[in-house]
Design a protein around this ligand. Structure first.
Ligand SMILES: *[C@@H]1O[C@H](CO)[C@@H](O)[C@H](O)[C@H]1NC(C)=O
Length: 488
């Protein structure tokens, strides 16, 4: 390191040139910066244009290598297995020759400034969090599935006009290739079930590829693993630092809420609440039973509740396209005693009008403890719940009776009581250029709020243990400021 500094100083004084950046470039290099960097490299200086780096912590299927003037992003999912060369925009010479470049599935300069083609709604929050909404140029998804208020506004009603977002046909690689040919400065964000993962100008970055079973095998949390894909998305724009910080703060809130739920459960002497998770499929005429492991099982565990899982061989006698569904009788036997029923669909109220007498046999229905996911709109759940997994956890804990303390106080944002609450939406967009507005609440640690027992093991973390309301307000403000400076 000392040698490196000395060498840098030497070059700086002799040719008056390369100064190592202290943060990743948020723009292309100028021609003179590029020349200085080329000179430094030929003088044997260990150039590093990416001082902000990200590496997977919880996720299984992405990887990142940093090499001074370029980085290599990999998707290691078996069915994808791709690598991408991301080189600093504005370099005077490419770090590889033509033949070597052919080994990469896509090659493009960063920070990436061209258009983005979105192929899955879960990609939307990541792009928005990074402040890149205005780069979205096309959707290869059905437009009525888009929930983001600001994006919906660009799509509808102006969606078909020049300059606004283009809608491409679904699952049609030819149409995507045609679009690319006409718009060579576009980059496609592929998904985990992509049929053509190796298409030029495509980067497969997909949170939903993470496997709940693999997460358990590796001792990681599947919800954290999925959300961490914000970091490789950030690397496309040299926003590693911002993406990592955002991700880490969200993870800390999630873990803090988890700790609080454990503490609440430890002092409550009642039994663990039983949770039923499932919906009636009109298409398959049966109830879709929960399967373990799964993301919602993880939520229930963190809330110190027991999610009912059918015994092996008892997943249901209806076979529909290889999936098992339960008959009314089977579902009743399985779920009648659950305290809370989470209904991950939008048709409970219809079901209630059709099968009222049947449903009244469930304890959760009698007690009006049935929740669907429509508190922020039906499609919003699919688009945004991965990005707001800390908020989903708070909702889940609240409906099982564990009211976790937050600042400001938590209001449910996803789970809606189907008896007493109306479906809501993600709100309205007042200005399409406005930055992403986070909706989370800061965690107030139980030990700060209720006791100061310093002997309690394993509860305190690196979070300031003496944080008071002022400290929390400060943290809250700081995260707001962070949001507002995303494109600074
Ligand atoms: C896919 O898109 C192309 C070009 O837009 C079109 O010609 C073709 O008919 C489409 N294929 C299908 C299966 O819809």
């Amino acid at each position: 390191m000392k040698f490196f500094l000395a060498a840098a100083l030497l070059v700086a004084t002799t040719s008056g040139a390369y100064v190592a950046p202290t943060t990743n470039y948020d723009r292309c290099l100028t021609p003179s910066e590029a020349d200085d960097i080329a000179t430094a490299i030929s003088n044997g200086i260990d150039v590093d244009l990416f001082p902000d780096k990200v590496f997977p912590d919880q996720s299984s299927y992405w990887d990142m290598e940093y090499h001074g003037t370029y980085k290599i992003l990999k998707n290691t999912q078996d069915t994808i297995s791709t690598s991408y060369l991301l080189y600093q925009c504005g370099l005077s010479t490419m770090p590889f020759d033509e033949t070597e470049l052919a080994q990469f599935d896509s090659v493009f300069p960063v920070p990436y400034e061209g258009g983005i083609v979105v192929t899955a709604t879960t990609q939307i929050p990541n792009v928005e969090i990074l402040g890149r909404r205005d780069q979205i140029c096309a959707f290869a998804i059905t437009e009525n599935l888009v929930s983001s208020p600001c994006l919906s506004q660009v799509l509808i009603p102006e969606g078909k006009e020049d300059g606004s977002v283009t809608i491409l046909p679904l699952y049609n690689d030819t149409a995507v290739e045609d679009y690319l040919a006409a718009n060579p400065d576009s980059l496609i964000l592929g998904g985990s079930w992509d049929s053509a993962p190796k298409m030029k100008n495509k980067v497969v970055i997909s949170d939903i590829g993470e496997s709940p079973q693999k997460a358990i095998d590796d001792g990681v949390d599947v919800n954290e693993a999925q959300a961490e894909w914000l970091e490789p998305v950030g690397s496309l724009f040299n926003q590693e630092k911002f993406a990592h910080t955002y991700n880490l703060e969200r993870k800390q809130r999630y873990e803090c809420h988890t700790d609080n739920a454990a503490q609440l459960a430890a002092v409550a002497d009642d039994a663990r609440p039983k949770v039923l998770w499932g919906y009636f499929s009109d298409y398959s005429s049966g109830f879709d039973a929960p399967a373990s492991p799964n993301y919602y099982v993880t939520y229930a565990e963190h809330c110190q509740a027991d999610l009912l899982i059918p015994e092996e061989g008892k997943e249901g006698s209806i076979d529909s396209w290889g999936y098992k569904y339960m008959t009314d009788e089977e579902w009743l036997e399985f779920g009648r005693d659950a305290d809370v029923w989470i209904y991950p669909s939008d048709n409970f109220n219809k079901l209630l009008s059709q099968k009222n007498e049947y449903l009244q046999q469930f304890k959760a229905v009698q007690n009006e403890q049935v929740y669907d996911y429509q508190m922020s709109g039906g499609e919003g759940w699919f688009e945004k719940r991965l990005a707001e997994y800390d908020i989903v956890l708070l909702d889940m804990c609240q409906v099982v009776g564990r009211n976790l303390e937050t600042f400001p106080p938590h209001q449910r944002m996803w789970l809606r009581n189907v008896f007493t609450e109306s479906p809501r939406t993600l709100g309205v967009c007042t200005d399409v250029d406005e930055l992403f507005e986070p909706r989370h609440m800061e965690c107030v640690r139980n030990d700060e709020a209720v006791n100061t027992d310093s002997d309690a093991p394993g509860i305190l973390s690196e979070q300031p243990s003496s944080a008071n309301q002022v400290g929390l307000a400060h943290a809250f403000l700081a995260s707001m400021v962070l949001m507002w400076t995303v494109r600074a």
